[in-house]
Ligand binder design. Structure first.
Ligand SMILES: Cc1cc2nc3c(=O)[nH]c(=O)nc-3n(C[C@H](O)[C@H](O)[C@H](O)COP(=O)(O)OP(=O)(O)OC[C@H]3O[C@@H](n4cnc5c(N)ncnc54)[C@H](O)[C@@H]3O)c2cc1C
Length: 375
């Protein structure tokens, strides 16, 4: 295992080995920078929890978040191709499209992203989602939205791609403190898996500790939003599109597994575990969308914490100290936004700025926007 003391002074420290940490580490390594990922607990990352929808339109995003989500969605195929080429492992990207059902045509036409989708009447909706409950009389089909199998494939493939590119890993290691050290460097106090504490000074670090990021920098307005999930084993091909209903969605994987999500529990804090109420909410959601799915056997149940901010948009770019970069707070769209985030932050670290179409957008996600009232 990598020891902190063996790292060179120019090693970029990635603080958090979840989805953002891995995606950024991979892009930095592709730019030939020395990188070390410090990860407290692999399994708690929301990257292993998410449904993996790539859904800027189905989610009804607007403004800067919609634009950033769209730019990231455009990048996903080439980003995935890089990861798969480096790792030799598939990421599970599927272009299934996503259907959003509505009870009335008026609701459908007022959806924030309606102009990006194809309007469906009841007959067309049934053709896209055979067996959808009769409550739903209209729909929007977003062919351009998709999904990726983050839980079983993308995260593993990213880890492997990082290893192949020479990224070093410190697993079971917790960052206890983050500060600006004397020589304009980023100081970190770290406890390893055996309980030994050390300090490390580096030239650059990226904070990507997900829902826990404000524990290291209390000035960041990030808080956890718990989500409970489950999966069902459907007959293969029984569901061809993702259904994105209000409060519940069904995401069909290639092998017939259907991922069902998700509760959104702001009051739960970091309370771990499943709850009967959360699971029964999902059960009711399944029945209200696709009655026949109530008969598909449950395979697995799990939970995790979305890193949320007051406007539900990420915190990206320069952090409070020179050399510290932020990539956190992606709330419910981190899988979607990972491709653009990784490119933008890798550019920031390696060049000091972003490039191209991300350059004008990145300042919209600066962490100080809440202080100035700009959201
Ligand atoms: C139920 C649910 C469903 C979701 N569905 C979708 C979806 O369909 N589409 C989509 O785009 N997004 C979805 N998301 C959101 C997405 O999963 C997150 O936005 C994304 O994973 C955030 O990535 P991250 O790297 O910031 O955080 P994480 O993936 O949570 O990783 C953070 C890591 O930091 C580590 N860490 C924390 N503190 C420390 C410390 N002090 N020292 C060392 N390491 C530390 C943790 O151990 C963890 O491994 C969903 C999330 C949830 C919870």
């Amino acid at each position: 295992m990598t020891a902190l003391s063996t790292l060179s002074a120019d090693t970029v420290l990635i603080l958090g080995g979840g989805l953002m940490g891995l995606a950024i580490a991979h892009q930095l390594a592709r730019r030939d920078l020395p990188v070390c990922v410090i990860s407290r607990r692999r399994g708690e990352a929301a990257g292993f929890v998410a449904a993996g929808m790539l859904a800027p339109h189905a989610e009804g995003l607007s403004g800067d978040q919609l634009r950033f989500g769209q730019l990231s969605l455009e990048r996903v195929p080439s980003w995935v191709a890089q990861i798969e080429a480096d790792s030799g492992l598939p990421c599970g990207l599927r272009s299934t499209g996503i259907v959003v059902p509505f009870t009335t045509r008026e609701d459908r036409d007022q959806y924030p992203t309606a102009s990006f989708g194809s309007a469906l009447n009841r007959r067309q909706l049934e053709r896209e989602i055979p067996g959808i409950a009769t409550t739903w009389q209209a729909g929007l089909l977003f062919e351009q939205d998709g999904q990726i199998d983050n839980r079983r494939q993308l995260m593993r493939s990213l880890e492997s791609a990082c290893v192949e590119r020479g990224v070093q890993f410190l697993e079971g290691v917790e960052v206890l403190e983050l500060f600006q050290s004397e020589a304009q460097r980023i100081g970190t106090r770290i406890r390893d898996a055996e309980g030994t504490e050390t300090e490390h000074n580096g030239a650059a670090a990226v904070l990507c500790s997900g829902a826990w990021s404000s524990q290291l920098l209390p000035q960041l307005p990030i808080f956890p939003v718990k989500g409970q999930m489950l999966s069902l084993q459907a007959p293969r091909g029984a569901l061809k599109r993702v259904i994105f209903g209000p409060g519940t969605y069904l995401v069909p994987r290639e092998d017939g597994l259907v991922v069902v999500g998700a509760t959104s529990e702001r009051e739960a804090g970091f309370a771990e575990g499943l709850t009967p109420q959360g699971q029964s909410t999902l059960k009711q959601g399944i029945a209200s969308l696709l009655p026949e799915a109530s008969g598909w056997p449950p395979m697995e149940r799990w939970w995790g914490f979305r890193p949320c901010t007051p406007d539900e948009g990420p915190l990206l770019g320069k952090g409070p100290f020179p050399g510290l970069w932020l990539a956190c707070g992606h709330h419910r769209n981190g899988v979607l936004m990972a491709a653009a985030t990784a490119e933008a932050i890798a550019d920031c670290v390696s060049l000091g700025r972003t490039r191209g179409d991300l350059e004008t957008l990145l300042p919209c996600f600066r962490w100080q926007r809440f202080d100035s009232g700009v959201s």
